[in-house]
Design a protein around this ligand. Sequence first.
Ligand SMILES: CC(C)(COP(=O)(O)OP(=O)(O)OC[C@H]1O[C@@H](n2cnc3c(N)ncnc32)[C@H](O)[C@@H]1OP(=O)(O)O)[C@@H](O)C(=O)NCCC(=O)NCCS
Length: 183
Amino acid sequence: MSRKEIIRGKRIGFREVLKSDLPLLSKWTKDPYLAYLVDIKNPLSVDYLRKWLDAVKKDFTRRIYAITLNRTGRNIGIIGISDYANREHGGCLTMFIGDARDRGKGYAREAMLLFLNHYFNVWNLNRIFVIVDADNSAAIRLYEYCGMIREGTLREYEEYKKGYVDKHIMALNKTEFDELKYS
Ligand SMILES: CC(C)(COP(=O)(O)OP(=O)(O)OC[C@H]1O[C@@H](n2cnc3c(N)ncnc32)[C@H](O)[C@@H]1OP(=O)(O)O)[C@@H](O)C(=O)NCCC(=O)NCCS
């Protein structure tokens, strides 16, 4: 699949991240809790993101997309896969909906199912996993809804606000996805 390929669902779609998206991405990273949940240590400047985007485009183990609303084309978040090196091992999924006003509307569910379907059935990956904060109930509920299974807990995996937090590793295999009613 080319990085430019547009994938479209019912209400949302994915497209490549453009330089014109970077001011919005930079703004989203200024939300400290969102940044923490997606493993960003400090707010990211547009200059930094420009270099990041150039590096991502050259990295064959990563794919990052803007999630956009079909109706208006507005970018509402990011979804991507990293550590993707081969079909069997699959990759690590990252996603967020940038503005709290766009959450709770089912866009993340649609994005996840579209993404999983694409990577399992078009790219033929065998496994997709995610590392999620043990307290991030919105994300855990979303991943469970999409069939992801908790495989274990990475205890005191990260330092946050002067304490250590646990993370869960959750994953889904292609066979399991194919058995779900959504695929
Ligand atoms: C985790 C995250 C992506 C979930 O996004 P979200 O927008 O809350 O998810 P959705 O809207 O798709 O689903 C949430 C709710 O919307 C509801 N929903 C589904 N379809 C809907 C629709 N068509 N209209 C209205 N609501 C709908 C669902 O009922 C669901 O609620 P439930 O699980 O209590 O039943 C979002 O909270 C986020 O970006 N968080 C910060 C970053 C983050 O944690 N990323 C994950 C890191 S591992």
